[in-house]
Design a protein around this ligand. Sequence first.
Ligand code: UDP
Length: 235
Amino acid sequence: MKYKRSLLKLSGESLMGDKNFGLHSTRLQQHAEEVKKAVDMGAQVAIVIGGGNIFRGYSRLNSTIDRIGGDYMGMLATVINGIALQSYLENIGICTSIQTAIRMDQIAEPFVKDKAIHHLEKGRVVIFVAGLGNPYFTTDTAAVLRAIEIKADVLLKGTRVDGVYTKDPEKDKYAKKLKKISFDMAYQMGIKVMDQTAFILGNENNLPIIIFDINRKGNFKKVISGEEIGTLVSK
Ligand code: UDP
């Protein structure tokens, strides 16, 4: 196994399946099974979950809800997703713990780095919700920060494309996949798959990030084992 401890970033959208809103049972089940394969081989897995399938701060409903209110709504959306994912993981025998950046004691533990590491060492999957607990951030940035804090070996960004391409592969058939790029190249290309703040933080803290297709069966285990799938962004 190449990456003993990893942080998996799942976007809210990855939970929608073919719908354009909310949660899709098949997708949750698939993600849970992917995580189980990795846990069964001894990997330590933490997850940061997004909320875009329910609410995004910047796409707030109207001008009555300001950016800050919208961002808190987005953070709460990640909690809903985290509870759903927890249920699917527990249902197939995986022990989990949810840690939240906004206190809600009946639902989740507050985020405590050492406690998160302790859970991981015991073989539990830790699901981080509520992003960083601050408006004007994203769960991508939260994922990088949490990965650094728990000393993860890698951040794995699960998406619906299998890596970074020279052009948009969904629009241009001549787009070529890049196996490896530097953080500098990622800024220059202005790639949209993660936000720039996340890349800057990853670069400054020397955290490798792999962007890969989470919807292809077996990919999560493959990437943890060290198979070169997706695109590696590193120094
Ligand atoms: N959000 C925030 N601070 C954070 C993390 C998230 O304000 O630290 C809000 C923000 O409004 C964001 C929403 O929560 O749009 C949902 O998160 P995100 O868009 O990152 O989810 P994803 O795209 O991964 O589904």
